[in-house]
Design a protein around this ligand. Structure first.
Ligand code: ZN
Length: 161
């Protein structure tokens, strides 16, 4: 079962391909999710009136793509850290920390081995050279350096429309 990752709805638009029945919820993580009111399988009665939809802006909706550590479509790198090794890896990365809302991380292992731990998604694994970990926004995580590690972190976000 996927972990729960609620994200805030930032916009709701009709899916033009689906005769107005299906809505696209843009979430603050950068993902888009299709929602429709078709009870009992899928019950979203608030989709049926404009006032109810407007009231849902800012409300949480589960994001299964965040739960699966999938980068959103259109996410691009806007900043990359310096390269760190086992001695220079900042304390801030070694203890529990998060990225800001809407900011994705990609922890890239260039040499050696790094442990990557993200409890909310049940992730605890060793990454080796050439591997990376995708870090969804606002989820606590930390890394541990093994001898010989060289790594860096790229930060990504989805450019506004
Ligand atoms: Zn998401």
């Amino acid at each position: 079962m996927l972990p729960h990752v609620p994200r805030a709805i930032v916009a709701l638009t009709r899916d033009a391909d689906e005769h107005g029945e299906v809505w696209i919820a843009a979430l603050d993580c950068g993902h888009r999710r299709h929602v429709r009111h078709r009870p009992p399988q899928s019950s979203y009665p608030w989709l049926t009136t404009e006032a109810a939809r407007a009231a849902k802006i800012g409300a949480p909706l589960e994001c299964t793509r965040c739960a699966a550590s999938e980068l959103p479509d259109g996410a691009s790198v806007y900043k990359t850290t310096a390269e760190f090794d086992e001695h220079t890896l900042p304390a801030g990365l070694r203890r529990e920390h998060t990225t800001r809302g809407g900011v994705w991380g990609r922890a890239e292992v260039l040499a050696g081995t790094m442990r990557f731990v993200m409890p909310a998604l049940g992730i605890d694994r060793e990454l080796t050279a050439g591997e990376h970990a995708i870090i969804p926004p606002e989820l606590e995580h930390h890394v541990e350096a093994r001898p010989g590690l060289r790594m860096r972190v790229a930060f990504l976000r989805v450019a506004p429309d």
